[in-house]
Design a protein around this ligand. Structure first.
Ligand code: NAX
Ligand code: K
Length: 528
């Protein structure tokens, strides 16, 4: 599903009217009606006598709020509209909707100065629901003055709150709030999700996200060339590798996982097992000879292979040829989990990558090895998926993790293009940037997954999917989704504090099974 900026959404709205002759007031009517339907679901269809406060700004977002007000009034709710503008300041469709609402006897309470705040504050005490229609995609910068005071007052009241299109105070394009911002229970956004709703901190203000069809012609949406996408269960389901009734293990690919070092055998064991859980037919884990016996004890279905090591027990330069030989019988390499930063191992990584004839997932210390010489990335290389966390990304591009976090999307996109790799930038709302400029944002996952070994599981899942023939970009996106969804299932059952990376392996089957059986899902965004 496309993710759009405010300007892209505005363009779609305009083209719907100018090219397809859909009157803008019809779009506004549909938008309001979708919110009313969502509110009815919230109240299990019993809206009569519900006390609903609707806060409206002077723009079209406020116009949507007035449509909501009119329909709820019609359906017997006790509606109060607080207007953060003088009625004569409203224009166009918003003005028309104000007038209809007033003709129906709907009440408007002005919210224009400090003296009006108290009345709204008292009403909030008794409200069953707050509808936030103060600002939508037209908002820029910070809420200040009266709107800021109103937003703060609504948040302090802790009432169930539905945001219309966007939580007021949030920038649609960045997901940042430079002043107070509505903390929504849920948000009904129109036509397509806005980028700011799905990246942090915007996603946290948004609450549960519903995407509502307001009648913008699908043909118009399909004709756009947006290059940012939100991963959805339906898309992921369509990408799941197919299993043949007569399939055998040779058909589902062979992963070679290279990594491990003294004290870090768990990382490679997790990655290798995750590759099998993701459906790979065969997985071989190749590790320094000294830890090979430990790996044998830790894993059952994984095949293992001892490699030459340095006196300290790290993979040595002599491991190069055996790895290349092994790879001749494999479909994909997973490189990095538990590898260490020993200088000999760093050299090994740098010599191995240019010799690859199979696609590779490069993670952890293999990324740190690359950071010592990024000419490998700028030169000719085969298909690569890089899976850095912000710290590893910062080392790769010579900046700080804070800088990477400030501009996650643009940085991921820039280097995916520049290096011609699939770049998966981890963190809350993982980004998967493709070399052709397309980028995906993953809505699944939770902070319980910020735990040792979680990244190793992701590496294994992606490699396992690639072994089954998925394109690297698709495998990375689907892998991120499955990994996060397994984390969400694990959290639902175990809570987030005690969650271990190994638990992800145990919840992955349920997630895959759900995708196998679910016949397409709406824009569900994981659990809130
Ligand atoms: N055809 C359309 O364009 C449709 C628009 N719709 C609604 O219209 C919204 C966009 O409407 P608008 O473009 O009128 O904009 P908004 O209603 O989002 O708000 C814009 C108003 O807020 C003011 N503003 C912006 N930043 C501010 C700040 N930092 N502090 C104080 N005031 C600020 C602007 O000057 C303007 O008056 C969408 O979010 C959606 O809810 C829907 O009705 C569907 C159809
Ligand atoms: K809003």
């Amino acid at each position: 599903m496309y993710l759009v900026t405010a300007a892209e959404m505005g363009q779609l709205d305009r083209l719907a009217s100018s090219e397809y002759l859909v009157p803008s007031i019809v779009l506004m009517e549909n938008a309001g009606l979708r919110v009313v339907e969502s509110i009815r679901r919230h109240f299990q269809d019993r809206v009569k006598n519900r006390r609903v406060l609707i806060f409206c700004g002077k723009g079209n977002n406020g116009g949507d709020g007035l449509v909501v007000a009119r329909h709820l009034l019609n359906q017997g709710a006790e509606v109060k509209v607080f207007l953060l503008a003088r009625p004569e300041d409203l224009r166009g469709d918003a003005r028309t909707n104000l007038e209809i609402y007033q003709k129906m006897g709907g009440r408007i309470f002005p919210l224009l100065g400090e003296s009006h705040l108290q009345r709204a504050d008292i009403a909030l005490l008794y409200a069953d629901l707050v509808v936030d229609a103060i600002f939508g995609t037209g908002f820029k910068g910070a809420a200040m003055g009266l709107p800021a005071a109103v937003i703060t007052m609504i948040n302090k009241a802790h009432r169930d709150t539905v945001a219309v299109d966007l939580p007021s105070g949030l920038e649609a394009d960045t997901g940042r709030a430079f002043g107070p911002c509505i903390q929504a229970t849920w948000t009904v956004t129109f036509a397509l999700p806005k980028l700011g709703l799905v990246v942090e901190p915007g996603a946290s203000y948004t609450g549960r996200l519903e995407v509502a069809d307001i009648g913008i012609p699908q043909k118009l949406i399909d004709s756009q060339r947006f290059n940012l996408h939100l991963l959805t269960p339906a898309w992921c389901r369509s990408c799941l590798p197919k299993r043949e009734a007569s399939g055998h293990k040779g058909l589902y690919g062979h992963v070679l996982a290279v990594g491990g070092s003294p004290g870090l055998t768990g990382a490679i064991a997790l990655a290798a097992t995750a590759a099998l859980r993701a459906g790979a037919g065969l997985v071989t884990a190749a590790v320094p000879r000294g830890v090979h016996g430990i790996l044998e004890m830790k894993t059952t279905e994984v095949m293992t292979c001892p490699l030459p090591e340095t006196p300290g027990g790290y993979l040595s330069r002599e491991a190069l040829d055996p790895i290349v030989e092994r790879l001749a019988a494999c479909d994909v390499l997973a490189l990095g989990p538990g590898l260490s930063r020993d200088p000999a191992t760093v050299e090994l990584v740098k010599e191995l990558l240019p010799r690859l004839k199979v696609p590779a997932v490069v993670d952890a210390d293999a990324l740190n090895a690359l950071a010592t010489d990024t000419s490998i990335l700028t030169g000719d290389h085969g298909p690569l998926v890089l899976t850095p966390h912000p710290g590893e990304m910062a080392r790769l591009v010579g900046t700080t993790a804070a800088r990477v976090q400030e501009d996650r999307l643009e940085i991921a996109r820039k280097y995916a293009r520049e290096w011609q790799v699939v770049l998966l930038l981890k963190g809350a709302r993982t980004i998967i940037a493709w070399p052709d400029g397309q980028a995906y944002i993953n809505p699944t996952g939770n902070s319980g997954m910020a735990t040792a070994g979680s990244g190793d599981v992701l590496t294994g899942i992606i490699a396992g999917l690639m072994a089954q023939g998925l394109e690297p970009g698709v495998a990375a996106a689907l892998g991120a989704f499955l990994h996060g969804a397994a984390g969400d299932e694990a959290r639902a059952s175990l809570g987030q504090h005690a969650l271990l990376a190994g638990d992800l392996l145990n919840f992955l089957p349920a997630v895959c099974r759900n995708l196998e059986v679910e016949a397409g899902v709406t824009a569900g965004l994981g659990r809130d």
